[in-house]
Design a protein around this ligand. Structure first.
Ligand code: ADP
Length: 486
């Protein structure tokens, strides 16, 4: 991996605690693999419960001084971090591509997206304002102030190794909180590079701590992070199953939680849609990161009149995609993250075929962990791919007749993260957008996420919103001051 970097010293083999690069207290390490080949590209410390306690100690010690800075001072420090991140954007993209497998150009897109949160929340640090309320009693004055919630924890997934961290760390730091990050075991290197640049930018020791751990130790580290009484807030992006565990563990000390969990997005195309735009939106939202995206559509509902044309156009687009290693020129889709991910995709396609769905294109694995972009028709909601997140480049399509039917099908899910609808009828846009039980609705748009908009879900897709002017509230507590006048 280092041969792809201008500054190879961004590749760290220690974790970050209290401003120092440390080995695990047990000296144990684990390997990081290139998902395309399975080859080991690095090894990093395998943190355990004691390391987690040390990281919380550091974050707790750093809190008073960081909290005491003015918002403007924190904004300046964060801006310095942002500028350094921008200078090293190419290297950050290469690290993402190397450990996550997405094509380099796509990784660069993630860097731009991820860094936008650091810029945005550096600006927002200056805009945390309280309130003066009108008192019902003449002899009182009522004031609301906002204060940082305290020591925070972030547990993040592998599919966006940079953006899922900055979307949590940036608002926490801006608010005046300190934080312990536990990145996914598949993608620790990007996290550590973010930490290295934070240290170079002068973010004080202990404000940002990053613990790397393999899957077994992540459970032990997670247990400490979610039960230590000094931790006030836990932010997690990942599976609904793990989200439930963290919620349960956090209940013993009543921590505030932000959870970005599974999605199972519907993608609805009406007869009157702009066919070209709908196909482009479908490919953009579904094939990004080989379908390993929580807001990727997982269920396609296409009205009878446009169904066959949509399927044909989508199949043609899917066949033009080039699979390959992240660093190869012209590659537009990388591998799946690991064998488990690949097997799930295989299983979903096989299950659908056995139950009568038809493969229009794809439907098979390539070499290694690559899976061909796949379009299937005749899918029904008892098939696995309509009940679970596929997390792969597979598009299963259901033909529908009426608007009521489409809305009922779309809402028939325990998840409620993103949803997409393509139609040119303005009244229908409002009916559907208001009727969809999801936190986000793309209307004639396949790329919906940016730093300005509130990202998050309803139902079992989670709690809270990230990004936007709302995102920083997560890391602030309101305090009410009631002042009696004499
Ligand atoms: P995915 O299915 O996307 O890999 P997971 O929910 O399994 O998502 O993992 C997301 C993050 O949660 C990773 O950082 C992983 O190490 C961590 N994790 C998984 N299980 C636990 C657990 N029991 N406690 C704490 N963290 C966990």
């Amino acid at each position: 991996l280092s041969k792809h970097l201008q500054d190879p010293s961004l590749l760290k083999n220690r974790y970050l605690c209290d401003g120092q690069w440390r080995s695990a207290l047990t000296e144990s390490v684990f390997a990081v693999d290139d998902p395309a080949t399975g080859a080991t590209i690095a090894s990093v410390p395998n943190a355990d419960a004691a390391d987690a306690r040390a990281a919380i100690d550091a974050a707790h010690r750093a809190l008073p001084a960081w909290r005491a800075l003015t918002g403007k001072e924190r904004a300046r420090r964060m801006r310095a971090w942002y500028d350094l991140l921008c200078q090293h954007a190419g290297d950050l993209a290469a690290i993402i591509a190397g450990e996550e497998g997405k094509p380099l150009a796509e990784a660069r897109g993630e860097v731009d997206y991820g860094l936008s949160f650091v810029e945005w929340f550096a600006e927002e640090a200056k805009r945390v304002n309280g309130d003066v309320l009108q008192s019902p009693a003449a002899d009182k004055r009522l004031v609301v102030i906002k204060q940082p919630i305290g020591v925070c924890v972030s547990i993040t997934p592998w599919n966006f190794p940079l953006a899922m961290i900055t979307r949590k760390v940036a608002p926490a730091l801006a608010a005046g909180c300190t934080i312990v990050v536990k990145p996914a075991e598949q993608t620790p290197l990007t996290a550590l590079a973010l930490g290295e640049l934070a240290m170079r930018a002068g973010i004080p020791a202990g404000v940002l701590n990053i613990l790397t751990a393999d899957s077994a130790n992540s459970i032990k580290v997670g247990e400490v992070l979610t039960t230590d009484p000094r931790v006030a807030h836990v932010s997690f992006t990942g599976s609904t199953e793990v989200g439930r565990i963290l919620m349960r563990q956090s209940s013993s000390t009543v921590k505030k939680l932000a959870l970005e969990l599974g999605g199972h997005a519907p993608f609805i195309v009406f007869d009157d849609a702009d066919l070209e735009a709908a196909v482009t939106g479908a490919c953009m939202s579904k094939y990004r990161n080989a379908g390993q995206v929580c807001i990727a559509p997982n269920r396609f509902y296409v009205q009878a009149g446009i169904h066959d044309r949509f399927v044909a156009a989508l199949a043609a687009r899917s066949e033009a995609i080039r699979l390959g290693n992240a660093f190869e020129e012209g590659v537009t889709m990388g591998p799946l993250i690991d064998d488990q991910g690949l097997n799930k995709v295989r299983q979903h396609v096989e299950d659908a075929c056995q139950r009568g769905a038809k493969v229009v294109t794809g439907g098979k694995a390539g070499e290694g962990r690559f899976y061909a972009p796949t379009v299937m028709t005749g899918v029904t909601d008892e098939m696995l791919m309509f009940r679970e997140e596929t997390f792969g480049p597979v598009i299963g399509i259901v033909r529908f007749e009426t608007e009521e039917q489409a809305l009922a099908l779309a809402n028939h899910a325990e998840y409620g993260l993103a949803s997409y609808v393509y139609t040119r009828d303005l009244s229908r846009v409002w009916r559907i957008a208001e009727g969809l039980e999801f936190g986000m609705v793309g209307i004639n748009a396949g790329a919906i996420s940016n730093e300005v908009a509130p990202f998050g879900g309803v139902k079992q897709s989670g709690l809270g919103r990230e990004g936007s002017k709302y995102g920083i509230e997560e890391y602030l507590e309101l305090k009410y001051l009631c002042m009696g006048l004499s």
